[in-house]
Design a protein around this ligand. Sequence first.
Ligand SMILES: *Cc1c(COP(=O)(O)O)cnc(C)c1O
Length: 382
Amino acid sequence: MKPINQTNRDFASLSPSVQRGSTVVFDSLADFVNRKHRQPDGFSYGVTGTPTARLLEDRIAALEGGRHCVITPSGAAALMTVVMGFVRGGDHLLMSAASYGALKTFGEKWLARMGVAVELYDPSIGAGIEALIRPGTRMICIEAPGTVTMEMSDVPAIADAARRHGVLTMMDNTWASPLGFKPLAHGVDFSVEAATKFFSGHSDVLMGAISMNDPEHYAVLRETQSILGQQVSPDDCFLVLRGLETLGLRLRAQSDATLRVAEWLQAQPQVERLLYPPLASDPGHARWKRDFTTNSCLFSMVLAPAPESAFSGFFDSLRHFAIGASWGGVHSLVAYYPAALQADRAYPATDRAVVRVSVGLEDVDVLKDDLRAGLAAYQQSR
Ligand SMILES: *Cc1c(COP(=O)(O)O)cnc(C)c1O
């Protein structure tokens, strides 16, 4: 007997089934020979996903207000997949200087060597992007707010200029998630999420998602995803499907707590400046208020001048905030970005060291006490 798994029988559950399979089997030779015609949505080999992946893609597309979604093994992979799908040697690519680090490195170290003209633009740009568009411009990469220093771009203005010139746009929307901003509704072609962050929500899985409306774009990205071997484990899909069940609740709770923590921090004498568009003091506040409906859970801060060693005092005295990269999970995190990193960047928002804070689901008073102790230790080592 061929051991073929066909889900049937009288079984219904509230939980999605995890369907594994590298090989997909066919009923006949004719089916096998025509298997490629099942793409971009169907199943012909495990690399394009099993029904568990397709279920997750459908749910993410619905959240984004898009018709299609392609998931990838990480947020970074999602960014690279969009670019690899559409940008070729000889093209001009505009990229926010506040783009996710791996995307910028990919642009500057790989794409530039493949003959792509990569140009970084000021992340706080708006309609001024139009002056940077050339005849060969293929795509504009947007991230708002920007990674680490939280610059707000005028997304509708960029998307509008791009459309008028036939240029594709992709936006890394991880900070707001589609519950806080819907790039596709603002004219962006591709909405990219690091599902590693809010979608999964528990700091235990890496995944990315690209959502879009155009079926031809979808076919290109499904092919790119599979040609690059960007397969996602059905078990990881299950974890993200489970995370999505509480996404709205988590985002609301973390968004409320984050604003409270940020407002409290703003009043502390050791805090020189918060980089956080939901605060009225942030230069991106008006754009944030016009377009976004969440405070997210992530902001950065510049502390009062002190020797580099004072940061060890701050970080090492924290008892509730864990030190680590990534964000968006239920546990609060802090990360450190040294001054040199900002100084080396194009269009830097600051030339100082930056502390990035991700607020989880812990009690806000416990978090404030922890930060109070950290700032006291910082003050002592100044
Ligand atoms: C984390 C992150 C990514 C990359 O996601 P990974 O899953 O860690 O590869 C991309 N963009 C933003 C804004 C992120 O915060």
